[in-house]
Design a protein around this ligand. Structure first.
Ligand code: ADP
Ligand code: FDM
Length: 215
């Protein structure tokens, strides 16, 4: 147990509005870490490949309708089902770079009428706590210039503006290592900044146990 928690990998999460560049940066970060000799793997939530992920995917594609509380709990269950694998990887020394996590879960559901931040957070309490949460901050007008919204659920600008407000509330939590990045910069500039934050987080995480989110 002691030997395993020593030199564990770091849990690094990228969050941000639609088209901020999360997927682009996750891929570049994993590649750069691997090239510098650090084991690293990418994950994304929702993970649409599991049984629960398939239900979520059909909902996002508007092929099915689900009750709002139900779908919130499915997104959370989709994280919990991957926790044993995440812990195993982290303890083996693999750094996990994750495209969206519980923060998206809370921000999106609490943007719907009648959902408090607290209710939305509760099913994710106790998940592996990220060592670093990078928030790619991009003005909605700048995001629009990167392409049209797709046809999936939640892809409209009024809803996304409320989502951004909920993210801003979550970022006030000082128990998490939030780093806000100006996502209007070039892909290379962003990557350098993200790599620097990640190297620091990886070094810090090596000598610390995996934390519990919102606990
Ligand atoms: P997200 O995963 O946050 O939705 P993506 O990484 O898929 O964002 O990027 C969305 C679009 O914006 C893609 O077409 C991508 O090539 C482009 N893009 C990503 N990063 C930048 C950047 N820094 N500057 C300009 N365009 C970008
Ligand atoms: N989303 C994502 C949620 O509503 N809850 C969650 O817990 C998570 C992880 O699903 F609209 C939303 C956010 C986004 C959609 O889209 C997933 P991408 O393009 O696969 O990231």
């Amino acid at each position: 147990r002691v030997a395993m928690s020593y030199r564990r990998g770091a849990l690094i999460v990228l969050e941000g509005v639609d088209r901020a560049g999360k997927t682009t940066q996750c891929k570049k970060l994993v590649q750069a870490l691997q090239e510098s000799g650090r084991p690293a793997e990418m994950m994304r939530f929702p993970d649409r490949t599991t049984k629960m992920g398939k239900l979520i995917s059909a909902y996002l594609e508007k092929k099915s309708n689900l009750e709002d509380h139900t779908v919130h709990l499915l997104f959370s269950a989709n994280r919990w089902e991957l926790v044993p694998l995440m812990r195993q990887k982290l303890e083996q020394g693999v750094t996990l770079v994750v495209d969206r996590y519980a923060f998206s879960g809370v921000a999106f559901t609490s943007a719907k009428p009648g959902f408090s931040l607290e209710w939305c957070m509760s099913p994710d309490v106790g998940l592996p706590k990220p060592d670093l949460v990078l928030f790619l901050q991009l003005h909605p007008a700048a995001a629009e210039q990167r392409g049209e919204f797709g046809a999936e659920r939640y892809e409209n600008s009024d809803f996304q503006k409320t989502v951004l407000q909920r993210f801003e509330q979550l970022m006030k939590d000082p128990s998490l290592n939030w780093q806000v990045i100006d996502a209007a910069k070039s892909i290379e500039d962003l990557h350098k900044q993200i790599k620097t934050h990640s190297d620091t987080a990886i070094t810090t995480a090596e000598s610390q146990p995996i934390g519990e989110l919102w606990k």
